[in-house]
Design a protein around this ligand. Structure first.
Ligand code: HEM
Length: 341
């Protein structure tokens, strides 16, 4: 199943680059960085292609609660709509099991224990957000670092593009988490002053990844840094990022495509950052490059092929579709979206 997922995502990465390459310019975040994480997590969750953009919008509204571009309400409406959607998806799989991860999750049993409906729904919610925002921003920050440091990206990395997911250390990771003192004990980095278990502390992954006791020259972007003991996915332990390997695979696939096919990408304006205390996000990043021909057939035909090949994609949840609170101008499910190959 993982092998098939990789094949599918590789195909999507080609389409993502195809979608912008003839134009010679793009908003890197909305048209490139956001697409593969969305496709990957939606594929795993069994969300049909025509509904995937909604997962993206809900996730934006939940995370972008402090940002005027996304904050259309208090974030609760987006939460409820997403919750309703995944609950309906779960019901569908209970009555119509498929060869997909959702069905496996619903039916799995450990020592006689199964996920309750609430546990399943909350897990799907977690996946929707965790699988989307993080890898999108790792891609966007990674590309920004590559464009800002062309001299530090040696030719060997350009010809061996699978190295390029390494900007991880410099950029990825939630900006901070508010947690009680206890969980810090399992990270390899420590707090300077021990705090009582009830004290809330703020954990800055981005700071830990520039720890001068751990990294030589920590503020320098060095794509060939080795060893690179970053903790962007957590420091190990029970809560280490569940999607770390998936994220690494996505980053490798999309950067492989970009570096090989658009080697001269450069910024044409300032990136716009997300206003958030939780995620260090980039919302928009205008870029330009030398136009080149696409590699695949036109998007519409490819989409039909992808749907035909992946039976899970045919499932629809739209009969129970929540419509309240959708952002102004958002299209109904199934409407082809700009920038969506
Ligand atoms: C570059 C991309 C990503 C980064 C930087 C990232 C980062 C993190 C971090 C820092 C944690 C907390 C670790 C800890 O507390 O020790 C975490 C947890 C988690 N991540 Fe990721 N993540 C990424 C991608 C993903 C993806 C693609 C998925 C979905 C498949 C995912 C699912 C999760 C889940 C479910 C947890 C909670 C695990 C638990 O509490 O047991 N992440 N991630």
């Amino acid at each position: 199943m993982i092998g098939l997922l990789e094949q599918y995502l590789k195909h999507r990465a080609v389409l993502i680059v195809d979608n912008v390459i003839e134009r010679g310019s793009s908003d890197f975040v909305t048209e490139v960085a956001s697409e593969l994480p969305l496709q990957a997590i939606a594929e795993i969750m069994g969300v049909p292609q025509e509904d995937r953009r909604l997962i993206f919008e809900w996730s934006n509204r939940m995370i972008g609660i402090d940002d005027p571009e996304f904050a259309s309400d208090d974030g609760a409406t987006a939460f409820i709509e997403l919750y309703t959607y995944v609950n309906e998806l779960g019901k569908q799989r209970r009555s119509d099991p498929r060869q997909d991860i959702v069905t496996k999750l619903i039916n799995s049993e450990i020592a006689g224990d199964r996920l309750s409906e609430l546990e399943f729904d909350m897990f799907m919610l977690l996946l929707s957000v965790a699988g989307n925002e993080t890898t999108r921003n790792a891609t966007a920050w990674g590309m920004l670092a590559l464009m800002q440091n062309p001299m530090r990206t040696p030719p060997s990395s350009r010809t061996r593009p699978s190295w390029t997911w390494r900007p991880m250390r410099s950029c990825a990771g939630p900006r901070r988490c508010c947690i009680s003192g206890a969980p810090l004990q399992r990270t390899p980095r420590s707090v300077a002053r021990p705090s009582p278990k009830t004290t809330k502390v703020v954990m800055w992954y981005i700071s830990a990844n520039r720890d001068e006791d751990v990294f030589n020259d920590p503020f320098t972007f060095d794509i060939e840094r080795n060893p690179n003991p970053h903790i962007a996915f957590g420091g190990g332990g029970a809560h280490f990022c569940l999607g770390a390997n998936l994220a690494r695979m996505e980053l490798r696939l999309i950067f492989d495509e970009i570096v090989q096919r658009i080697p001269d990408m450069h910024m044409t304006g300032e990136p716009q950052f997300l206003r958030s205390n939780f995620i260090g996000g980039i919302k928009h990043m205008p870029v330009a490059f030398t136009p080149a021909p696409r590699q695949s057939r036109p998007a519409r035909r490819q989409h039909r092929l992808a749907v035909a090949r992946a039976p899970g994609l045919r499932t629809r949840c739209r009969s129970h579709w929540p419509t309240s609170g959708r952002r102004n101008g958002a299209n109904p499910p199934g409407t082809p979206q700009p920038g969506h190959p």
